[in-house]
Unconditional design. Sequence first.
Length: 254
Amino acid sequence: MAEIDLILLLVAALFAGFVDAVAGGGGLIQVPTLLMALPAESPATVFGTNKVASIFGTANAAWRYARRIALPWRIALPAAATAFLFSFAGAAAVAWLPKDVVRPLVLGLLVLVLIYTVVKPEFGVVSGAPLAAGLERKLALLVGAVLGFYDGFFGPGAGSFMIFAFVHWFRLDFLHASSAAKVVNFSTNAAALAYFAPTGHVLWAVGLGMAIFNIAGALLGSRLALRHGSGFVRGVFIVVASVLIARLGYDTFG
């Protein structure tokens, strides 16, 4: 690998860690950069290496959130459990499900998420009343299963979808929704690695080098989110969702 490609990967990992820690969507930065820097590697190796870099940054962000605010564990843990199982299934399904069918659907959902968030300025500013315990647990298991499968199979925007789900259905503010999403994201990253690593689809030296910079980005992102609160997270969420829509729109219709 050329030195310039390595520098590009490290810078991408830094920025991806920052974006992921605040609003999700770091894969939008990291995966295309890996594909460009490692043209000879298979997509599976690119995705596996991306997960090595991401899981450390996600773990760091989750740890920092847990130290400063009360994480909604009653929602995050059930969602993380089913997300792990279904993310592994999603990774395995890559071989037989056509992604071209999924991309337009995801694009449409992202547009709806963005519109809903923009037209409701009060959305996610403060937490609402919690759901009944039984309903909350069942819904958390369902959300974890659906988004876990999506993250393992396709991935772009998974973290942003998780944040939206936690705000919309569980009435969390954006800051607490982002913290819960980090726990679930850690679980889906671990599941994907459990699939990719045993088959040799990980470049450990590259992935671990990127992980250091991903952690640095996550440290900065979580610090700013904790300092500036839900309004800051909401603003970054809108920007990330807009960029995701532009990127998926180009990939679908460009």
